[in-house]
Design a protein around this ligand. Structure first.
Ligand code: HEC
Ligand code: HEC
Length: 198
């Protein structure tokens, strides 16, 4: 009986190995990169830059958020608006609170008029966060430090909010978001949920 079982197990392993071999495919070096050129010559390959074509600001349709509190992508044309420099930031002309509402778009949210960085210091044996000694920095919940003006951390809008190009997806994105708040697909509530679950 033991012998018969061993034969059966052996046969099962043989089937697994043979099907495994059938599935395993080999790829040449021209096929393994997203650029589909030889890895030895890829510096000569120019990626498809795509086209950044979108309706003008005021005529575009906002793009659904990728996930809850994701930075919204820029649905309109940004011709002449980038790069943002110290002396030039066109985004502010239309998106600052008090201006955006009249243009029928969202104003820069409250979270951008704040910093989340604690004032860090140290005493003899402790790290001091916002004037309080802490034993373990992992226990610290995020504290919002509201500011009267736009935080410098948020000045270069395009580091988080990007215009969209026409490129095809090289790898299909199969992620599908779930929004706890039904409005979350078009609006953020970051400060309200900042320490949720902590
Ligand atoms: C001339 C005014 C104007 C300028 C300048 C402008 N925007 Fe906009 N923006 C709008 C309007 C209006 C909308 C609403 C969609 C529409 O009507 O096209 C919008 C939509 C957006 C959205 C989508 C908001 C949502 O509801 O999801 C983002 C993000 C955005 N703009 C970011 C920017 C950034 C970043 C810049 C600077 C590079 C910028 N905008 C410059 C007027 C402007
Ligand atoms: C460091 C990344 C970052 C930078 C820089 C940044 N944003 Fe955002 N922005 C976000 C994120 C994340 C959200 C969504 C969560 C939130 O509201 O804080 C957001 C939300 C927004 C919204 C939607 C608010 C709403 O009610 O849904 C607007 C409009 C916006 N940002 C405009 C801007 C503009 C204009 C600038 C430049 C002055 C800018 N942001 C700079 C990350 C950024």
């Amino acid at each position: 009986m033991i012998k018969r079982n061993l034969v059966l197990i052996g046969a099962a392993i043989a089937v697994l190995v043979s099907t495994g071999c059938a599935v395993a495919q080999s790829y040449s070096e021209d096929e393994i990169g997203l650029r589909k050129t030889s890895l030895y010559e890829e510096e000569k390959t120019v990626a498809d830059l795509g086209k950044f074509v979108a309706p003008a600001a005021g005529e575009s349709t906002p793009i659904a958020r990728s996930f809850e509190n994701a930075p919204p992508m820029i649905s309109h044309d940004v011709e002449g608006m980038l790069p943002i420099t110290r002396d030039y930031n066109a985004c502010l002309d239309c998106h600052m609170p008090g201006l955006a509402e009249a243009l029928n778009t969202l104003p820069v949210p409250e979270s951008h008029f704040a910093t989340f960085r604690p004032k860090v210091g140290s005493s003899d044996s402790n790290i001091i966060y916002d004037g309080k000694a802490v034993d373990n920095t992992a226990d610290v919940i995020t504290v919002v430090h509201k500011m009267d003006e736009l935080s410098g951390e948020r000045y270069v809008c395009s580091s988080c909010h990007a215009p969209q190009s026409s490129n095809a997806q090289l790898v299909e994105n199969v992620f599908s978001p779930e929004f706890r708040d039904k409005d979350g697909i078009a609006k953020s509530n970051f400060l309200d949920v900042l320490n949720d679950g902590i």
